[in-house]
Design a protein around this ligand. Structure first.
Ligand code: COA
Length: 280
């Protein structure tokens, strides 16, 4: 099943292992570098299409999300900066009223990304602002280069975040820091983003891809069934209280004991073998 491609979205498949056929990692690149990969309607439609494809593509186990690097500048012009995504495309906001925006921001592609049942990693190299910060927050894990900058500058447009930062950023960095970011619109450098829990790892730009791909391979080589259950149950913690959440975990844990992959994993450990997951 080939991944969807478009003018503004490239998807490459990479095998998890060179030696055996255990599935693929999908690397999705938002490709509008001249506009710092800003999320226009085309990008959002493409992102939704990729998420729908990911859910159906059985042998694709992990999604890596990135922004295209800058093009070489025309002679005499300055190079554009590196960007993951510099936000929603602001030019599409001019003159738009609530009717248009409500439709566009309800059930949007960032929610589709958030709702994917498979593991997702944001590979951030450069600006991750507004909707870009929110795309990153909608992934399960964030890894950034040390030249990256995060922020929610919507307040400078007389707005607030619209792709979930009031909720998901708040869960990552806490109430006080989320308020500070959303109220000031200040940029947060990668090291600070790491310190406050917004990103999992910060590495040199030249190590970013290898770090992310190594992590994606490690994750992709686990039982996709157990990964799916684990992701769902960790998400439960965002919506329910602790006592209920622990009970939900206990039930999911028990259910996994009826899965083929649990028996495969336990026997592989006892026989000092590599587990050959069924992934069901
Ligand atoms: N929407 C639409 N276009 C955007 C954009 C966005 N969110 N962010 C950047 N661009 C465009 C710029 O208009 C510019 O286009 P042009 O070269 O055709 O004029 C191009 O991307 C490069 O950006 P530029 O502003 O020239 O780069 P810079 O290095 O001077 O500044 C930023 C970089 C990220 C600080 C600046 O682009 C910026 O503040 N962007 C908006 C961030 C934002 O508010 N995001 C939240 C949106 S809700």
């Amino acid at each position: 099943m080939n991944p969807p491609q478009s003018e503004v979205m490239k998807v490459e498949l990479h095998p998890i292992s060179e030696d055996e056929d255990v599935g693929h990692i999908a690397c999705m690149t938002i490709d509008r570098p001249d506009k710092l990969n800003a999320l226009n309607a085309d990008v959002m439609a493409s992102l939704k299409a990729v998420c729908a494809w990911m859910e159906e593509a059985d042998d694709v186990r992990v999604l890596v999300v990135s922004g295209a690097p800058p093009n070489a500048p025309p002679e005499g012009k300055r190079a554009k900066p590196h960007a993951f995504v510099a936000g929603a495309d602001i030019t599409e906001f001019a003159g738009a009223g609530s009717e248009v925006i409500r439709e566009r921001f309800t059930d949007n592609a960032v929610e589709a990304l958030w709702n994917l049942s498979k593991p997702t990693i944001a590979m951030v190299d450069g600006f991750a602002l507004g909707g870009g910060c929110e795309v990153a927050c909608s992934c399960d894990i964030r890894v950034a280069s040390d030249r990256s900058t995060f922020g929610t500058p919507e307040i400078n447009l007389g707005l607030i975040p619209g792709y979930g930062a009031t909720q998901r950023l708040e869960r990552l960095v806490g109430y006080g820091k989320a308020h500070e970011m959303i109220m000031t619109g200040d940029m947060v450098p990668a090291e600070e983003a790491h310190r406050i829990g917004l990103v999992n790892h910060v590495v040199a730009p030249e190590e970013l891809e290898s770090t992310v791909m190594a992590m994606a391979r490690r994750i992709g080589s686990k039982s996709s069934h157990a990964l799916r259950v684990g992701k769902k149950i960790v998400r439960t913690a965002l919506d329910v209280g602790l006592t209920e959440g622990v009970a939900i975990e206990a039930e999911a844990f028990a259910m996994l004991f009826d899965s083929e992959d649990k028996e495969i994993g336990v026997h592989a450990f006892m026989n000092r073998e590599k587990a050959a997951w069924k992934h069901r």
